[in-house]
Design a binder for this molecule. Structure first.
Ligand SMILES: Nc1ncnc2c1ncn2[C@@H]1O[C@H](COP(=O)(O)OP(=O)(O)OP(=O)(O)O)[C@@H](O)[C@H]1O
Length: 242
């Protein structure tokens, strides 16, 4: 059964450039909450602090909170990109991740090659992968750029390809950062039907966003983060003011 269970998870990022004692002292004096010294005497950013929650099948969860609250860090942690320094995280189910465009892709390979590699990794046949790559190319509108290395893509082109790649599979758990919902109007219009299918097909949605109308439209529950902690968790109507 798809499920996310987090028990007291914390994420810290070491700031390697802070060597000088005077700078350390100044940083710690200014921000005693988010910045701290770890046991190896490194200054670290406490990005997520002691989070405990459980997400069951059928739940569509919005991660809300101001800039730097920890939303993207939590999404990346659920995707397995970051490892908690403390606590226990269990994520059961296949994951579809619309967090960082181009993540998990080979930048030297072309868009087509990346789609084919992903399909093969998912156990599809070569001919099926070829067909999906064609379809992804059509859908993303990349045209001849489908056959050039993705390191040459613009940010918008990388989003289009990542979106097409993510919709090739039907994940049980869909993790999404709101800027995947941004982009040029023409693409969003074409993508919206596919996005709805993707969301509807997933057992669990976790979406990080600042856009409260998207939260009301898509989500059933909201987890509000502030300073890396959970400060509220409940039905959207309770957490998000009208
Ligand atoms: N790679 C990193 N190295 C150091 N600090 C980081 C890193 N990634 C995030 N942080 C810090 O972790 C904290 C949480 O950042 P995060 O990007 O998760 O916030 P957010 O809620 O997604 O913000 P926004 O709404 O601005 O996207 C911030 O203090 C940020 O500076």
């Amino acid at each position: 059964m798809p499920l996310i269970q987090a028990d007291g998870i914390s994420i810290e990022f070491p700031l390697y450039h802070v060597g000088a004692r005077s700078l350390k002292k100044r940083l710690l004096a200014r921000s005693p909450i988010r910045l701290k010294e770890d046991e190896s005497h490194r200054i670290v950013v406490a990005a997520l602090r002691d989070l405990t929650f459980r997400i069951e099948p059928g739940e569509r969860v919005a991660l809300v909170g101001s800039n730097g609250a920890g939303k993207t860090t939590l999404l990346r942690t659920l995707a397995g990109i970051y490892e908690p320094v403390a606590g226990r995280l269990e994520v059961n189910g296949t994951i579809g991740s619309l967090i960082d465009p181009g993540a998990g892709m080979d930048t030297e390979a072309t868009g087509r090659e990346n789609i084919i590699l992903r399909g093969l990794f998912l156990g599809m046949s070569e001919s099926e992968c070829e067909r999906l790559a064609e379809e992804a190319g059509r859908f993303s509108g990349l045209g001849e750029f489908l056959d050039v290395p993705i390191r040459t893509y613009s940010a918008g082109m990388a989003v289009r390809l990542s979106f097409a790649a993510a919709t090739l599979m039907e994940p049980q758990i869909l993790l999404m950062d709101e800027w995947f919902l941004a982009g040029d109007a023409d693409f969003i219009e074409r993508a919206s039907e596919r996005l709805s299918q993707l969301v509807e097909g997933a057992d669990i949605l976790v979406l990080a966003t600042h856009n409260m109308s998207i939260v009301r439209q898509w989500c059933t529950r909201a987890i509000k983060l502030s300073g890396g902690r959970i400060v509220a968790d409940g039905p959207v109507a309770e957490i998000v003011e009208a």
